[in-house]
Design a protein around this ligand. Structure first.
Ligand SMILES: Nc1nc2c(ncn2[C@@H]2O[C@H](COP(=O)(O)OP(=O)(O)OP(=O)(O)O)[C@@H](O)[C@H]2O)c(=O)[nH]1
Length: 618
């Protein structure tokens, strides 16, 4: 019956037995294996897990056709290190030539140059053939086996090439697109994304076998590590991309811790595979890979829930790949059957993911553009309001300046006004003062100096006379019988008489310093600086005559008026004003006593030094 692990498509004339296996015995040769006593186990699933020493497989084929047939044994997991196949014809005891294929071997060592491991099987008519295989690999012994004829081989290859071309064509478009975005935006996210895409391309080239077929056919020492390397890179680069693209660092907490731990782990694995491949065996890559899928899904979902704008599409994209990766991993460890879907489904998942991630990146451009536009608008508004504020500020400044100018003008005008007013007031005051002074020193009736002024002037002139040794005389005049005038003609007429007498006195005070004053009532006094007794007496006589000659009239009636005069000349330099006036008064008294209307010179009080001034008696 057909083994569950050996696909025979359209093999009408071919009967295949079940596949059996033996573990270990890495150094044995085919003949020893054929002769071994050990029990062969039935291979129930196309995966033996990790076997350090590899494994042996065998199955029988029976060509029931009446002619020889050539079939092909196809191993569709071309990342095994070394797979040797040899046919045994038990009926004749013959052995076929050993055939070798593996990624640890050069392509030229293979019986057929194909992306899968392909072994041509020469099957004679109606003869049993036992196929022995030795499988060795550092990684999981995944064994998706198929028996096909030549037509199917060619068809399969065409199909695979078409599929892979479509895949790479699509990826190429995405790579170029993201490279151009990288160039235009200088955003490191695109670089990391392109790295991820290239890692995926590398991985797909490795697991499909096209890498070894077309790109690295003759470097088996390196190509044996490419499966592990590309797988590790396919975990590392999307992690780097996600850290950058989703800004995971910002979130901190377990999200950040898990992400950075996984990134470091895959970085370490990458280095280990390149530098210490034996060490890589102890890094539990498959387990961590499964864990990685679950944990990163949790991280992106968490970020989505926390409102990360890019996390939604990223989660969806990531999940499409994860589903197929988990399926692939489960198929490789034997939980799921190994078939075209479980083996190549990853390509679909990957492609879908890349398209979705490109959309996420494009969406981000949109988001960022919107954000930039918003920021620009904000900046514009800010600068506008700033300009407005500046204009307002300037206006306020100008207004303040104008106000200040105006205030200055007003102030100046006011100060000017005040100054003028003050000046006016000062002038008024001065005038008033002068008037006051005049009033306070002038007799209002006669407009002669009053007694106060006279006393002051007399004192000054006496002092001057003493200094200069010059003579000084005073005349004291009193209207005769004035009471009678008043009584007869009335007081107003008396006043008029007083004014007339005053006018005569003033008329006779011609020399500088001469002063006529009203001494009180009807009494007048004349100060004559520089005048000796003779001059004084002469002047007194002139005045007396002047008064006597006044022809006063009250109505039709003539009113005769006379005055008496006492003359006193400064007798000694030490004589006081009072003494001088007393002397003049005494002389006046004498004049009254002697009959009035006359001039009397004061008693001879003259000292020797002053005698010459008063030599002439009247
Ligand atoms: N009209 C007028 N009369 C005055 C003024 N001052 C004084 N008299 C008067 O002058 C008179 C002075 O008189 P007496 O001093 O008594 O003497 P008399 O009549 O002048 O006589 P003798 O001086 O002795 O010649 C008084 O009747 C006063 O009222 C004045 O300002 N106006």
């Amino acid at each position: 019956g057909a083994s569950p692990v050996l696909q025979t498509r359209g093999a009408s004339a071919l009967q295949a037995g079940t596949v059996q296996y033996l573990l270990g015995m890495p150094t044995a040769d085919f003949r020893e294996i054929a002769a071994t006593e050990r029990d062969w186990q039935l291979l129930s699933k196309p995966n033996l897990g990790k076997q350090r020493d590899g494994a042996w497989l065998r199955f029988t084929l029976h060509n029931r056709a009446d002619r020889a047939q050539r079939w092909y044994l196809l191993l569709k997991w071309p990342v095994l290190d070394r797979v040797a196949v040899r046919l045994h014809y038990p009926d004749s005891g013959r052995w076929g030539t050993p055939m070798l294929a593996g990624d640890a071997l050069a392509l030229s060592a293979r019986p057929l140059a194909d992306h899968h491991f392909v072994y041509p099987l020469e099957l004679p008519p109606d003869e049993l053939v036992v196929v022995y295989m030795q499988v060795q690999a550092r990684e999981t012994l995944a064994l998706p086996l198929e028996l096909i004829d030549e037509k199917q081989l060619i068809e399969g290859k065409l199909r695979d090439v078409t599929l892979i071309s479509l895949f790479f064509g699509g990826i190429l478009v995405i790579v170029l697109y993201n490279c151009s975005l990288l160039i235009f935006t200088r955003d490191r996210s695109y670089f990391l994304y392109v790295l991820y895409l290239l890692s995926a391309v590398f991985y797909v080239l490795t697991i499909t076998g096209f890498g070894q077929l077309y790109l690295w056919p003759e470097i088996p020492a390196l190509s044996a590590r490419f499966y592990g390397l590309s797988a590790a890179l396919c975990f590392l680069t999307p992690m780097l991309f996600a850290l950058r693209f989703l800004g995971i660092r910002r979130y901190g907490g377990w999200v950040w811790a898990v992400s950075i731990t996984l990134t470091c782990y895959w970085g370490l694995v990458t280095l280990a595979i390149l530098l210490a491949p034996t060490l890589a065996r102890y890094l539990f890559m498959e387990t961590v890979a499964l864990l990685h899928c679950v944990v990163t899904m949790a991280v992106t979902l968490n970020l989505w829930m926390r409102g990360n704008p890019s996390a939604r599409l990223f989660s969806i994209a990531w999940s499409t790949l994860l589903v197929f990766t988990v399926i692939n991993l489960l198929a490789l460890n034997g939980t799921l059957p190994l078939n075209a879907w479980t083996l190549n489904g990853q390509l679909i998942g990957m492609f879908t993911e890349f398209v979705l991630l490109s959309m996420a990146l494009a969406e981000r451009i949109n988001v960022e553009r919107n954000r930039r536009i918003a920021a620009q608008q904000l900046a514009l508004q800010a600068s506008e309001s700033l300009a407005e504020e500046r204009a307002l500020h300037l206006q306020a400044k100008q207004e303040a300046l104008d106000l200040q100018l105006h205030a200055n003008e007003v102030l100046e005008a006011r100060v000017f006004e005040r100054t003028r007013a003050l000046e006016d007031v000062r002038c008024g005051l001065e005038a008033a003062n002068a008037e006051l002074m005049r009033l306070s020193t002038t007799d209002p009736l006669t407009q002669l100096a009053n007694r106060r002024r006279f006393d002051r002037l007399l004192e000054e002139e006496i002092r001057r006379a003493r200094r200069n040794g010059s003579p000084l005389s005073v005349l004291l005049a009193d209207i005769d019988h004035f009471k009678r005038v008043n009584d007869s003609y009335g007081h107003p007429f008396g006043d008029e008489c007083l004014r007339q007498v005053a006018a005569v006195l003033a008329a006779h005070c011609q020399r500088a310093g001469d002063v006529a004053a009203r001494y009180g009532g009807e009494e007048f006094v004349v100060l004559l600086p520089g005048a000796g007794r003779q001059q004084a007496v002469a002047l007194a006589e002139l005045i007396r005559c002047g008064i006597a000659n006044l022809q006063l009239q009250h109505g039709e009636q003539p009113v005769p008026l006379t005055i008496s005069l006492g003359v006193a000349t400064l007798a000694t330099p030490l004589e006081s004003p009072d003494e001088l006036l007393a002397a003049a008064d005494a002389a006046l008294y004498q004049a009254k006593h002697q009959g009035r209307n006359q001039v009397v010179l004061a008693d001879d009080r003259v000292s020797d030094a002053w005698s010459d001034f008063s030599s002439q008696p009247v």
